[in-house]
Design a protein around this ligand. Structure first.
Ligand SMILES: C[S@@+](CC[C@H](N)C(=O)[O-])C[C@H]1O[C@@H](n2cnc3c(N)ncnc32)[C@H](O)[C@@H]1O
Ligand SMILES: Nc1nc2[nH]cc(C(=O)O)c2c(=O)[nH]1
Ligand code: SF4
Ligand SMILES: [Mg+2]
Length: 251
């Protein structure tokens, strides 16, 4: 599998919506390669797998010191690296990227191994390909599925992408995964679009609203978008999320 990095940190996103692992310790496995291009992606260095010849892994948690291995990564090496980074307080393994579900068979093999060893599996995905989600949903304990707002300019037919993401959420729910949707918002995000997402998600999954970093949205606008979603989905099903790890200065 083509990876970008493996490290131990705190889950910095998701806020307090049900299914979020915010503030929990996780070991992150970041896959290289992605099928879409969110304008604000903070992992854009890893979006073309062939341009990631090596992956880096922390030699010690929070050390900021890394070692490198050639891609494609071997499954046994990845499992060894994860176990070496285990600080005994790990809530779950976070599979992220790039888009982890593109390397479906490799992801499945790793999720199976980590579950066998006794870890919970947390998957951070753009949900763009429900058929790939179906292959690993049964191995997923926690699923964070991004709804890519129009302003992400992630792909040309953005409405179709949203509908696929909602499809993926349904698959996770049916498989019993604790699932929430995450929506990165900017100052250009439209109220009517948030209302549409909320109607699609209502009764299906809670929504974490996350300002794009660096934050450009005003408090008033953020409250208006939040209010719009909560009026549709109910006050228990919407929460604020922001990338806390960037404020803690950790990966
Ligand atoms: C880098 S992506 C990798 C996993 C998967 N491809 C996805 O998009 O969910 C991980 C998460 O980072 C968040 N993210 C990336 N860049 C961001 C930014 N500039 N501001 C806020 N959130 C960002 C998105 O919410 C995304 O879900
Ligand atoms: N600490 C920390 N929390 C995160 N939550 C989602 C992340 C991601 O890149 O998927 C991420 C990340 O990169 N670091
Ligand atoms: S889907 Fe995730 S990895 Fe891909 S461009 Fe968007 S934020 Fe970045
Ligand atoms: Mg990140």
């Amino acid at each position: 599998m083509f990876l970008a990095e493996i490290f131990n940190s705190w889950q910095g996103e998701g806020g307090s919506v049900e299914g979020s692992a915010f503030g929990r310790r996780q070991i992150f496995v970041r896959f290289a390669g992605c099928d879409i291009r969110c304008e604000w992606c903070d992992s854009s260095a890893f979006l073309i797998a062939s341009q990631v010849p090596k992956y880096r892994y922390e030699v010690e948690p929070f050390s900021g010191k890394f070692a490198y291995k050639e891609n494609p990564a071997k499954l046994d090496d990845v499992v060894d690296i994860i176990l070496k980074l285990d600080t005994g307080d790990i809530h779950s393994i976070s599979y992220t990227g790039g888009e982890p579900t593109l390397q479906t068979n490799d992801l499945q093999a790793l999720m199976e191994r980590m579950r066998e060893i006794g870890f919970k599996n947390f998957l951070e995905t753009n949900g763009s390909q429900p058929e790939k989600i179906a292959q690993i949903a049964h191995l997923t304990d926690y699923a964070s599925v991004d709804i890519k707002d129009e302003t992400a300019k992630a792909t040309k037919d953005w409405r179709d992408l949203v509908l696929r993401e909602v499809e993926s959420i349904k698959i996770f729910r049916e498989a019993g995964a604790k699932t929430y949707a995450k929506l990165v918002v900017t100052k250009e995000t439209k109220v009517e679009n948030v209302r549409w997402y909320a109607e699609l998600l209502n009764g299906l999954a809670p929504l974490a609203i996350q300002p794009r970093e660096p934050i450009d949205i005003s408090q008033e606008r953020l409250m208006e978008l939040y209010n719009t979603a909560a009026k549709v989905m109910g006050r228990e099903n919407v929460g604020l999320s922001f990338q806390v790890h960037k404020y803690l200065n950790v990966l």
